[in-house]
Structure formats: C-alpha cells, structure tokens
Design a protein around this ligand. Sequence first.
Ligand SMILES: NC(=O)c1ccc[n+]([C@@H]2O[C@H](COP(=O)([O-])OP(=O)(O)OC[C@H]3O[C@@H](n4cnc5c(N)ncnc54)[C@H](OP(=O)(O)O)[C@@H]3O)[C@@H](O)[C@H]2O)c1
Length: 370
Amino acid sequence: MASALPAQHRTLLLEDRKDGFHVKTCPTPQPGLGNVIVRVHAAGVLSYHREVYNGGRDYPFPTPLVGGYGAIGRVAAVGPDATALKPGQLVWIDCVIHGRDDPDALFLTAIHEGYTEGSKKLIRDVWRDGTFAEYAKLPLENCIALDETRLCGSLGYSIQDLAYTCCLLVPYGGLRDINLEPGETIVVCPATGGFGGAGVLVAIAMGARVIAMGRNEKELARLKEHVLKGSPNASIETVKMTGDEMKDAATLKGFGTIDAVLDFTPPQASKSAHVRSAVWALRRGGRVSLMGFNDNPVTPIVTGRNITLKGKLMYERPDMVQFVKMLERGLFPRGKDLVDTKAFQLEDWKECLDVGAEHTGIGRHVVFTP
Ligand SMILES: NC(=O)c1ccc[n+]([C@@H]2O[C@H](COP(=O)([O-])OP(=O)(O)OC[C@H]3O[C@@H](n4cnc5c(N)ncnc54)[C@H](OP(=O)(O)O)[C@@H]3O)[C@@H](O)[C@H]2O)c1
C-alpha cells in the first residue's frame, strides 16, 4: 500500500559494542511483500539491555544494528500481501522472528541471533534492526492488532501502559506452556524482578493463587501491596528466601498443595537454592516452567516425583492472540499507580539503559519514546 513515509528517520544505532550507541539518521525502511512498517510509540527496555549491548552478556548478533525489543506502535505502511493490518492501526510489536519456511529458525531481533544457520542468516540479511527508532520494519505476523477504542477509550490504557505488555507476555508464554489452571497454586521465583513480578500479575489474572519468593522483604511487601491494589481479591502470599533449601521448601509446603512453579532465575542467582526449594514443595506430577537463564541443576529432585520441567523461550503466536483477548477484557494493570513507566528519548540512551537496570520489579517498566 502506498504510504507517506518520511525519506529518513532517527535510529539508535550500534556500530560496535565498544563505542556504544549513536543517534543516526538513516533511510526509512520501505514496505514490501510480507512486511509492515510501524511508527514506534513506546519501545520496551530490558533490565539487562545495557549488558546485551556493551558485551557484558555475551549475546551474539551482527552489527551494525538498531537496538530494540517489543514495542507499541502504529502501522505506517503495509506490504501488498497484508490482509488485516491497515495504516493507522495500533499494534503490539513482537521481537521474536521465526523463519517462514522453518519456524524453529527463531531469534530475538536486535538481541540474539538464535542457534541455527537459518536464524543467523535471517537476522543478518533481513530482520536485523529493532524498535529503538522512529520506524521499524517487521514481518506482518509480528504485529498484533490492538483494539484502540476499547483499550485506550473505555478501559483507559495509555500507550505506555500497553507497552508493559512487553513484560507481561513473556511469563504468559511459560504459564500457558505448563497449562496453569484457575484455582491452582503456583510459586513464582524470584518474584521481585521485572519478569518475575510480571509473572505474578499474569498468574493472578489467570485465576491462580501465587506464592511469590524473593530475598528482599521490602520488595516482597511492595509486590503484595501492588497486587492487592489492582486485584483486591487476589490470592497472594510471599516467602522470603533464607538460602536454606529444605527450610524454604517446608515453608512453601505450609501453604498446602502447590501445582506449579514459574522460574525467572538470572545468571547471577545460579547458586541460589530457591528453585530447588520450590520443586521440593511441588505436588507429585507438578509442573515447572523454566524461563530464567542460569546454571541451577534441579534434575535430581525431579525424576522420582514425576515432575515436568519445561524450558520456555518467550511465547508462541496463539499465546499473543489469547493474551490480547485478556488485555481487551481489562485483566491487566493500567494507570500510573499500577504501571510506573519511565520514558526516554533516543538521545538519552545511556541514562535509559542505566535506569532500565534499576527500575525493575512488579509494575515497573522503562521505554524509549522515539
Ligand atoms: N525465557 C525467556 O523467554 C526469557 C525472557 C526474558 C528474560 N528471561 C530471563 O529472565 C531472567 C530475569 O530477568 P529480569 O529482567 O526479570 O531480571 P531482573 O529484573 O534484574 O530481576 C532479577 C531477579 O533475580 C533476583 N536475584 C538476583 N540475584 C539473586 C541471587 N543471588 N539470589 C536470589 N535472587 C537473586 C533479583 O532479586 P532482588 O530483587 O533481591 O535483587 C530479582 O528478583 C534473566 O535470566 C533473563 O535472561 C527469559
């Protein structure tokens, strides 16, 4: 479809990890077969984005590239094979790209090139640049349409509230993957980080009882208060990690039957005993979604008790579609009290990535508003 895209747009470009980003004016991407051009309104920032781009986390990706991750934007132009997306449409932008002729050739655009020859070829040759820019080019299927009238009109979501979807969708992928049911009890650990906190909110929205584990009592108290502010009838408990595997398992068992565990353990917590405690506390036949990246062996506790351990990277397209239905029913938080977003211009990228590393935990998010 013909578009009125500007000839050029501003991007946050990483030419070399040693030099960091530069705001650079580049030719605006153009629509073509299979793609959509989106005007980015709010682009999510990860707690570890700074380390991804300075080499502190050794994530492989080609350079130069425009940084990024999930985002909220508005369709600016579509390719000739678009059948549902239209210019002007508000969309959620997914950063997980799948090869069309091999969905297992997947990677996180602008973050990690994935593990197959196909994924490395795709990020290098086609879908390299992310959402830290005024405009982004995405595969058609990576833009999930949002009902703006419902969300921003009757429900009162701001664009930045909607960008918190970048956090919420990730645990939803893991929770759907282990078939969390309403009424079940799930341990989320650690729960005080960005994705852990989002996992608590999503599990509550799915009708579960949540036991949130963390090492920081003050943050656990904030978490509980935050959940009850948004959902006064939510079943939410907190457990402080003591470092004693069996003691913490016994504390968890004190809450009765535990059906599932959601793990978001980062690498720096690999030695922490919390996942093992949670797995000890699981009922026979319980399920665990492992979403953290770490080196924390739990297999010995799993085998004898028919525990299902499932690794999960992000989510699948049906998860996104189902998530948006929940969003449009008003099941997720909105408003400044519940979604505390700090927004930055591209020029302020250094401060943005620093704040991104600190401003984490339930209901907190950092975005670029290019
Ligand atoms: N599978 C996927 O698709 C996927 C997607 C996104 C992210 N991830 C992974 O999820 C993990 C968490 O990311 P995030 O952005 O939520 O991180 P984050 O906001 O920095 O949170 C880190 C969490 O780990 C806790 N922690 C840190 N060191 C610890 C230790 N020594 N012992 C116990 N707990 C400790 C923190 O507790 P305090 O509050 O006490 O500091 C906090 O709860 C990362 O490994 C990331 O790679 C996976």
